[in-house]
Ligand binder design. Structure first.
Ligand SMILES: [Zn+2]
Length: 268
């Protein structure tokens, strides 16, 4: 999201495009609410103003958790199903689900399902896999509300009951500091981002209304409040990192559209 800022230095007026961080958006919203105070019921405005202030304050002390797969043994789709995916939901450019795609089913080679990793990936698709039982420790209602779940199928068409595909209704980019690569698929427009491990963080608070988010590393992001009740150490073959929330990114890229919204009903 961008805004135009005009600067007049006496001789000339120039226009530059400046990214707005989520932090700035909250401040802008707070200002807008305050300046409209004469138009609406004072009680409601005071409550809204308090809510925005609380959210700003929360940003300074929030941490989130990020889980993603360490497995070196991704699941492999059966060739004919992979070719069919390329004709339908899978982008041939970036090898990720096309924009607007929700839940996906994948038909995989039996030999590739042997990994016991709690989180995994389907090779060449950008589709994340989870062990159903472990995933649902995050809360059945929460998982069902915030993730699109799909089937992992045998060649015969019967599902593996212990595995699901998942895609976040909201996807976040977990940002880094060094060795950052950022780009866009020329075919579908998908935003790609990669940073080396270490020192990762979220740029701004995730949007309200959801508790679970998918990361660009096919992982899961959730709040410290949710993590407190969980035994994250029991998630096999998974990396766990703690993400602080920063209002200014440290990778020199500004606001790069940190949030992908796959859920048109979300609002915001
Ligand atoms: Zn693409």
């Amino acid at each position: 999201m961008t805004r135009l800022v005009e600067r007049n230095h006496g001789e000339a007026t120039s226009s530059v495009t400046v990214p707005i961080s989520p932090f700035c958006r909250f401040r802008k919203a707070l200002h807008a609410r305050t300046s409209r105070s004469a138009q609406g019921p004072a009680k409601n405005l005071a409550a809204e103003r308090l809510q925005i202030k609380m959210r700003l304050s929360q940003m300074n002390r929030s941490v989130f958790h990020h889980l993603y797969s360490q497995s070196m043994h991704p699941l492999e789709m059966i060739d004919e199903h992979y070719r069919q995916a390329l004709r339908t939901w899978l982008c041939g450019g970036c090898k990720r689900p096309r924009p607007g795609i929700g839940a996906v089913d994948v038909t995989v080679e039996k030999e590739s399902t042997r990994s016991r990793a709690a989180l995994n990936l389907v090779a060449g698709t950008g589709v994340a896999i989870a062990r159903r039982e472990v995933l649902f420790t995050l809360g059945v209602e929460r998982v069902s509300r915030d993730l699109y779940l799909g089937n992992v199928l045998r060649r015969s068409g019967t599902p593996y009951e212990d595995l699901v595909t998942f895609r976040g209704r909201r996807a976040l980019i977990v940002r880094g500091k060094k060795h950052v690569a950022n780009g866009q698929c020329s075919e579908c427009g998908h935003a790609a981002y990669f940073s080396m491990i270490g020192g990762r963080y979220l740029h701004g608070l995730p949007p309200p209304g959801h508790d679970l988010f998918e990361s660009q590393l096919w992982g899961l992001v959730f709040s410290d409040e949710i993590a407190r009740g969980l035994d994250l150490g029991s998630w096999k073959c998974v990396t766990h990192e703690v993400l602080p929330v920063r209002d200014k990114p440290l990778d020199g890229l500004g606001d790069i559209g940190a949030i992908a919204d796959r859920d048109s009903s979300c609002g915001n």
